[in-house]
Write a protein that binds this ligand. Sequence first.
Ligand code: CTP
Length: 402
Amino acid sequence: MHVVLGVGGGIAAYKAAELVRALQTRGHQVQVVMTQAAQEFVRPLTFSALTGQRVITGLWPQDSDPGELSSAVEHIAVAQQSEVLIVAPATADLVAKFATGLADDFLSTLYLAFTGTTILAAAMNTAMWQHPATRQNLDTLRTRGCLIVEPDEGWLACGTLGAGRLPDPVRIAEYLDSVTHHKRDLEGEVVLVTAGPTQEPIDPVRYISNRSSGKMGYAIAEAAAHRGARVILVSGPVKIAPPHSVETIQVRTAHEMRTAVMEHLAEATIIIKAAAVADYFVSEIPKQKLKKTATRLSLELDPTPDILAEVGQRKGDRLLIGFAAETQNLMEEARRKMASKNCDMVVANLVNQDGLGFESDQNEVEIITRAGQRTHVGPADKTEIAEKILDQVASLHLSLRV
Ligand code: CTP
């Protein structure tokens, strides 16, 4: 693929040289763009020697080539020629510029002109990484489709220990391959994904629900569509936009989710149940709002239909992947759910870890198969976790087909 690598001005800029090598080893052609700040850390010569190409260092013609048409429109040409933009290290400054649409140098101008896949490999000091401004900028960029490779934890150049190190260049290169799907390994499949929480009304204005954001299920749905599957996403109420190229059915309650899943079960070949379905509901909802009294209020709750268990009974040769969100005994619970609900695979995660799981952009999961294979993934961004889950799904699907 034609990759344009934007190198930001952080101490990790030197690792971008290793990234060039890792990308080239995987058969990609790399054009390097450096910000002014990046050139304070590494000389463009390093990258031009590695790529055999001129490194783009600014918007304006260089003294050495004052007459070049280049610069005035070069960002458009580079944007059109490249399939992927990787920014590594993506500094707090670059993340802020991209989020606000500022275009005052070549890289930020290129970012605005670029319509392909954008991957940001963040690296910065831990406090900057955790600052609400950076978090908000990253959220904005995520909703606009940018893929974020989370920084690693470890000792930072500033002498502190924490999150902020540029991820291993090989990991970034692998991530590129997984999201751009050299492999369209789900072509011809129909993947039914459930996501988000359900809301169970208790009166006309109140409901019981949980903290699921839907991000994990949405990331899986989007990644499955990229891999060539037709995707039907049955979603509980969430605050995120439905992915492109996915048929989304919005539901509210567990019963509505069950109906939507059963309606589409026949056409599905793979079912991934990432939704956090409420286990109980109020069967007799009062017509009027419950009034406050001075006494204790009791709610009568009935169990909701267990959609996963029902699909497990009716699945035939379809592949069924369940989720197990636990606060303790992760593996035992995951294995129990696998057996009792007839799943082929269970994705298990602890939901009481700070900064992971519910409401978070990151997750850390164990993927276990019925055959007992176990894969640990994360902590990583949910888009990255989704890819790893689908790697396992695709290979399991293939092995069951042969
Ligand atoms: N699930 C479902 N229908 C329900 C409850 C859960 O389909 N009524 C699915 C979820 O989508 C998930 C899996 O079952 O794939 C496990 O959900 P979880 O809440 O972890 O487990 P429960 O089965 O509810 O079991 P427990 O409450 O004992 O943890």
